[in-house]
Write a protein that binds this ligand. Sequence first.
Ligand SMILES: NC(=O)c1ccc[n+]([C@@H]2O[C@H](COP(=O)([O-])OP(=O)(O)OC[C@H]3O[C@@H](n4cnc5c(N)ncnc54)[C@H](O)[C@@H]3O)[C@@H](O)[C@H]2O)c1
Length: 349
Amino acid sequence: MRLLVTGGAGFIGSAVVRRAIADGHQVVNLDALTYAACLDNVKSVSNAPGYAFEQADIRDRAALDRILATHEPDAVMHLAAESHVDRSIDGPGDFIETNITGTYNMLEATRAYWTAQGRPEAFRFHHISTDEVFGSLPPDPEVMFTEDTPYDPRSPYSASKASSDHLVRAWHETYGLPVVLTNCSNNYGPFHFPEKLIPVVILNAIAGKPLPIYGTGANIRDWLYVEDHADALLLVVQKGQVGRSYNIGGENERTNLDLVQTLCSILDRLRPKAQGSYADQITFVADRPGHDARYAIDPTRIREELGWRPSVTVEEGLERTVRWYLDNEDWWRPLQARAGVGQRLGVKA
Ligand SMILES: NC(=O)c1ccc[n+]([C@@H]2O[C@H](COP(=O)([O-])OP(=O)(O)OC[C@H]3O[C@@H](n4cnc5c(N)ncnc54)[C@H](O)[C@@H]3O)[C@@H](O)[C@H]2O)c1
């Protein structure tokens, strides 16, 4: 397929680009290269014959029209977004503009392109979203997010993503645009920008710095290895039913405290300290305002309809991730100098 991937220089988008090229697809990577982007994430495929890069902002409609007309994709995979909840608390404006207005531009540019192509049935607009749109779950392990869970976003980030999901469904119902949607749980793995919890913990640990845990660390997240997410996305864009959404999750619920302790014990094994454990560096800090208590995905639909399953257990995935950060200082060291990285953000309420 000829795929137009937005946000392909980010964490998940770059995993999609790498996997799509490996699977023999042609890929146009459209990315504005914001603070969260790194073209090194796609260096391994940047010379592949099927790969092209377009630096463009999804808020720039004319650029989107030009790129669609030039590359004539069979499908759009829309991942470009502002993605860090803490930044959305300090500055929601960028989240409204990119996640909502940007998605509106993507939909309108894609609709114009698809109409000009004669409205091909096989075309897909795949919108990549998050489980955070569903709000917060009670601790009861029987209760999980399904595709029918009502939306209840509670941060500027999740509210902006929820809005974009609604726009995508409306463009399907109103204009017939052939869309598919996915809502995924927390991802982790190589190339995760060093402002997010898992890389922060690994990199602070080896630098001898405190390992910050928000509140009491009791918040529960459902973790998925990023390459398993990329596989799921490529499956949905090719085989997903039009108009349908699919929840994607690893069925790996962990409290944040548990997760950080697991990372510390992996590090204790792979790079032991002269004395004591990395867990001694754990520090509890003020909680994030509106911090959702629990997210958990029921992935029954994608498993039963499309046969997807994660290939990596959380133990294997975390170990691979720790090893990757230990081996790739050249990648993460320069990113730590970018604005806001390493600072506590999102404490304003
Ligand atoms: N990280 C997660 O755990 C997770 C989980 C579920 C869903 N998602 C969703 O997956 C997508 C990708 O997330 P990520 O973690 O890879 O994000 P990321 O922040 O690592 O990457 C986002 C990419 O989008 C680009 N971008 C941002 N604004 C843009 C604009 N206006 N125009 C063009 N490009 C722009 C950035 O330059 C960056 O390369 C997002 O839509 C996010 O909501 C993320």
